[in-house]
Design a protein around this ligand. Structure first.
Ligand SMILES: C[S@@+](CC[C@H](N)C(=O)[O-])C[C@H]1O[C@@H](n2cnc3c(N)ncnc32)[C@H](O)[C@@H]1O
Ligand code: SF4
Length: 441
């Protein structure tokens, strides 16, 4: 109950903070290598629940887009940027495997000391030739969007026909076994009409699969997604959140170890999602976010404008928000603790003694709630805290998704022109109102 209250206060705050002003691009060049996020917004089907920046796959567009992405990677390199690792998210980055491999090859060529490479995909793309190409490109973490293994729910989501049923998905995962250091499966819970038995069957499927990492996301909602869901798969009842989360922890824990509130690793800890490490990262492509030197950046959501800007030698970044000193510490507290632990030495190296002083009220409140505990090394989440953090991170991502929705509304003519088959929410219904949009223009 208290957790829900804290999460709802946090939700309001997160929304308020997702207001970006205009940007001429990232002004600084970090002295150290930073992480790279590449956004590939193409998908063959547009799932009703999804608020990521995605558009329907179109051959010609994809090739132009990847060419612009590689050009942008070179721009950053020429400016002095060096990358420590790369995460390719979407959309579905594997819609054009050759383009993806060429892009990863370029990143490695320009950054010979490149570390982890993570790529998102869907079950249909787990074909031998794609898997071999990705492994050959040095991909260490392949993250497969499974969502659920319940055929009925997959059908309601519009994924059954395109991405296969339970047997097919598990068969395809078996084909990917042992080819990547980390084989992650993404599942969602608190889905509309998902019974306890269905969740249990999903958990059994994951346990029986060769995946050595599983991410279990609570369904996050925005207005536009909720409209689509209401027409297709229905809307969820939030009442079951805690019960479902406890079931996930209890069923996975003997074999899997939590590495964040919603990510679990089997055996040795695998490659995690880049955000949890909360270092600086640059986001390239259309509809990507970055965080460099205490400023949050967003790139244009218009694919046409993105390609055009890059071809003219401009930055794809069009929005930014500089975080205040205390906000930066709060951001680190949120993300680090989502990774279950925040080391005092890490906080001191980044902020000196002021970290503990500035965040004393937050640390005391979370301790009082039983959400965090501390030891000589620093602070860590309790089980209660894990559930609270899952709710706060959902609220955080919902505010990011609401921002995506606003940006997509701005480019509705472009999106509608492509007959995306997606109802864009009327501006008046976007909760933030048009203020944030004006600032971004
Ligand atoms: C951007 S998708 C990429 C995966 C790939 N396109 C696919 O769907 O197979 C990454 C993951 O985000 C998660 N996701 C998407 N929409 C979500 C939502 N509304 N709530 C929670 N998780 C969501 C899904 O689990 C999905 O696999
Ligand atoms: S869930 Fe994956 S496949 Fe579905 S629309 Fe979102 S990014 Fe595309």
């Amino acid at each position: 109950m208290l957790e829900t209250l804290v999460a709802s206060v946090f939700r309001r705050e997160a929304r308020r903070r997702m207001r970006l002003g205009p940007s001429a691009g990232i002004a600084v060049v970090p002295a150290e290598p930073v992480f790279l996020y590449l956004h590939v917004p193409f998908c063959e089907v547009l799932c009703p629940y999804c608020s990521f920046h995605r558009v329907r796959y179109e051959d010609g567009k994809v090739h132009r887009y990847f060419a612009a992405l590689r050009r942008e990677i070179r721009h950053y390199h020429d400016r002095g940027y060096r990358f420590s690792g790369v995460y390719v998210g979407g959309g579905t980055p594997t819609v054009a495997p050759d383009e993806l491999v060429a892009t990863l090859g370029l990143v490695r060529e320009l950054n010979p000391a490149l570390g982890d490479i993570s790529v998102e995909t869907n079950p249909k793309d787990l074909r031998d030739e794609v898997l071999a190409a990705l492994a050959g490109a040095g991909v260490g973490r392949l993250s497969v969007g499974v969502q659920t293994l319940d055929d009925g729910l997959l059908a309601k989501m519009g994924r059954l026909e395109k991405y296969g049923d339970r047997a097919e998905i598990l068969g395809r995962l078996a084909a990917a076994a042992g080819r990547f250091r980390t084989l992650n499966v993404d599942l969602m819970w608190n889905l509309p009409q998902q019974s306890e038995a269905m969740l249990e069957a999903d958990l059994e499927g994951v346990l029986a699969s060769p995946a050595n990492q599983a991410s279990f996301y609570p369904l996050m909602q925005t207005r536009a997604a909720a409209r689509q869901m209401a027409k297709t798969m229905g809307l969820p009842a939030r009442r079951r959140l805690r019960r479902d989360y406890e079931r996930i922890l209890a069923r996975l824990r003997p074999e899997f170890t939590p590495t964040s509130g919603w990510c679990f690793s089997r055996g040795a800890r695998g490659i995690d999602e880049y955000l949890v490490d909360s270092g600086d990262y640059v986001g390239l492509g259309s509809g990507a976010f970055g965080y460099v030197g205490g400023t949050l950046y967003a790139t244009t959501f218009s694919l046409n404008s993105y390609v055009d800007r890059i071809e003219r030698g401009l930055s794809g970044v069009t929005g930014e928000r500089r975080l205040g000193a205390r906000e930066r510490m709060q951001y680190d507290l949120l993300l680090r603790l989502f990774g279950l632990r925040l080391d005092r030495a890490w906080a001191r190296a980044r902020y000196g003694e002021r970290f503990e002083r500035a965040l004393a009220p937050e640390l005391a409140a979370f301790r009082l709630l039983g959400a965090i505990d501390s030891d000589a090394r620093g602070w860590h989440l309790t089980d209660r805290g894990m559930f609270l953090w899952v709710q706060m991170m959902s609220a955080f991502f919902e505010s990011v998704n609401a921002f995506r929705e606003q940006m997509r509304h701005q480019i509705r003519a472009e999106l509608e022109g492509e007959a995306l088959g997606e109802a864009l929410v009327p501006l008046a219904e976007i909760r933030h109102g048009p203020g944030a949009l004006r600032r971004v223009r």
